[in-house]
Design a protein around this ligand. Sequence first.
Ligand SMILES: *Cc1c(COP(=O)(O)O)cnc(C)c1O
Length: 233
Amino acid sequence: MTGRSGDVAARLAAVRDRIRQACDDAGRDPDDVTLVAVTKFFPASDVRILADLGVTHVGENRHQEAQAKAADCADLDLVWHFIGGLQSNKAAAVASYADVVESLDRAKLVTGLQRGADERSRTLDVLLQVSLDPPDAAGRAGAGPADLGDLAARVGDAPMLRLRGLMAVAPLGEDPTTAFARLAEIRSGFVADHPDAVLLSAGMSGDLEAAIAAGATHVRVGSAVLGSRPSVH
Ligand SMILES: *Cc1c(COP(=O)(O)O)cnc(C)c1O
C-alpha cells in the first residue's frame, strides 16, 4: 500500500493498537470498544480508504459536509454518526442520512429528528450529549447532567428515536481522567434509570485511553487516524 492509503493504514493500525492496549490496561474486551473514525474536513476518498481498511463507523460534525459525503459513499456499508452541534431547523435533514445522532442536547431537537427518521421509515439511534463543563462555561455544548432525565423522557415519547446512551467531550484545560471519572458517575446514574442506554461515546485522539478506562464503548478519533485537519476547507 502506498501514498495516502499506506499513510492512513499505518495511522489506523497505531490507533487500533492504542485501543487494544487501553482495553488491556482496563481489563476490558477490545470488542466492546468501537472506533468511530472522524472524517470531517477530509474527502470522501478517505472514507473509502477507511472502509477498505475495515472501518465501519464514521463520524461527521457539519451537516452539509456530512450529507454530501454520506451520499457520495452510499454504496459503502457504513454507520454514520453525527457528532456536531445541531441546529433545530437542520435536525430532520441530519436524520435523513445519519444512523446515530450523538449530539442531542436539548428537547427542541427531538421533533425534527423524529420527523426525519419517520420520513426515512427508519429508527434513529440517539445519544444524549452531556456537558462536563462548569454550568456557566462559555460555548458549552451538551445538556447539563440534571437535564438528562427530562431529555430522555422526550426521546422516549418519540416513536422513531431509540435512546442508546450518552456522549461527552472532555473540557479543554482539564485532566481528561478527572473529567471522564465524572462522566462515569453520571453514566451510572443514567443507566440505572435507562437500562438499555448503555453506550458511552467519549475519547478522541488525545484522550482515548482515559475514556476507555472510564468505560467508553465508542471512541471518536479523527486526527490520529487521518492526520491533522486542513485549517481551510
Ligand atoms: C473532531 C471531533 C472529534 C475528533 O477529534 P480528534 O482530536 O481529531 O481525534 C471527536 N469528537 C468530536 C465531537 C469532534 O468534533
